[in-house]
Design a protein around this ligand. Structure first.
Ligand SMILES: C[S@@+](CC[C@H](N)C(=O)[O-])C[C@H]1O[C@@H](n2cnc3c(N)ncnc32)[C@H](O)[C@@H]1O
Length: 321
């Protein structure tokens, strides 16, 4: 078979061009020969036309065959340099195989955690380190924003990144917003990065609020709005805030959000918008809204993320009437 030999400084460009034109043989491995790289070809006919200005030699070669690795990849989340898998993955997969697969997929990770459950009012994860260094603090990026997370002490779900952005894109400039269950600040910081709004970023968990403050500082160069961090029980906000002054309330506490209906009503202006997150199956979704929010006008209902088999986290955008 034929290969191209190029000086290694040209290797990246050559590989890119060959791949673009479908000439790269991906069944065989690219190898090094001193300060040259030997790249296997599917065919060499068009090579001189495509790789102009690249000092190359077309040679006969016998590169090693790429071993096809068929990996059975379980559902998982990558957060910074940490991978989290749910405990139930071990029902169908051996622990060592799981570690091998994840390390093959992500050679740069430093920790693999098994998530046993999410518990308590703070919705924190019970994690067991099954490989690597047991340190749940890491940095994770969402749309270029950087978030410091402590996966044991404060709730964080990387699958909400798109939702953070979607809400931030819906907000207008100069709005006054209450993020009642803010966690480490996902919604608040995304909004403030796009708009000159005022956002109250509240959580009951002091570790979450502390991380939220650190995240404001980490992203300070990208923040245009004003974020006011708070650590309080959301049900007490009517005691400390004026009635009817907020344009928007974000209620992302899906298991308990229905318990705070009176709070949302108190905080929002007339026609203010509530982004309400709740957990339900498709069958029970409408009756949930009917039961707890029948006085609100529905703008839209959408599925946000999967929660369990046939159960989802939904967002209802509701208008205070
Ligand atoms: C699902 S998490 C929030 C996630 C966050 N909005 C995000 O996008 O990453 C729910 C949060 O509600 C907080 N929480 C629970 N009860 C609360 C209460 N009564 N008042 C304020 N925060 C509360 C928890 O500490 C937890 O951080």
């Amino acid at each position: 078979m034929k290969c191209i030999e190029v000086p290694k400084t040209y290797a990246e460009k050559t590989i890119r061009l060959l791949r673009r034109h479908g000439l790269l043989d991906t069944e065989h491995l690219i190898t090094r020969r001193d300060d040259h790289v030997v790249i296997p070809l599917r065919n060499d006919e068009q090579v001189p036309d495509i790789l102009v200005n690249i000092p190359l030699k077309i040679i006969s070669c016998n590169p090693p065959i790429r071993r096809k690795i068929r990996l059975r990849v379980p559902s998982h989340d990558v957060i910074g340099d940490v991978v989290i898998v749910r405990e139930n993955v071990l029902e169908t997969m051996d622990r060592n195989e799981l570690i091998h697969v994840l390390r093959t997929l992500y050679p740069k990770i430093r920790t693999i955690y098994l998530k046993r459950e999410t518990t308590g009012e703070f919705r924190t994860a019970v994690l067991e380190a099954i490989w690597g260094i047991d340190n749940p603090v890491t940095m994770h990026k969402e749309y270029g924003l950087r978030f410091k997370v402590d996966l044991r002490r404060a709730y964080y779900n990387p699958r909400l990144a798109e939702e953070h952005r979607r809400i931030a894109e819906e907000v207008g400039d100069d709005e006054k917003i209450f993020d009642l269950f803010a966690g480490i600040g996902g919604f608040s910081i995304h909004i403030a990065s796009l708009h000159r709004s005022i956002i109250y970023m509240n959580d009951l968990n002091p570790y979450a609020v502390r991380l939220g403050i650190e995240n404001i500082i980490i992203n300070r160069k990208r923040i245009r709005g004003l974020i006011i961090p708070l650590c309080m029980d959301s049900s007490l906000t009517p005691k400390y805030f004026k009635q009817g002054v907020f344009d928007r309330v974000i209620a992302n506490n899906p298991h308990y959000s229905h318990l705070f209906e009176h709070v949302y009503r108190y905080l929002l202006k007339d026609n203010g918008i509530l982004h309400l997150y709740f957990v339900s199956s498709i069958e029970e979704r409408d009756s949930f809204i009917e039961k707890y929010f029948s006085d609100w006008r529905i703008l839209q209902l959408r599925k946000v993320i999967d929660y369990a088999p046939y159960v989802f986290i939904w967002r209802a955008d509701l208008v205070k009437t």
